[in-house]
Unconditional design. Sequence first.
Length: 63
Amino acid sequence: MNKYIYEGPVIEFDRCIQNNWKGETVAASETKARSNLSYQWKKRNNRITGVRITLPGKLRKII
């Protein structure tokens, strides 16, 4: 498992709703890390799980 850090914009249904958000997670792959970070953002910002959240910025892998 690797630690991933995301710092960048948050997109909700093709609209930027936050310019700079920072989050971190531990995951087996980059795909799972993006999923975890998206879920974290939804929980912290009171969104239901069905909302489409995209994190288009770079994901940094910390070994």
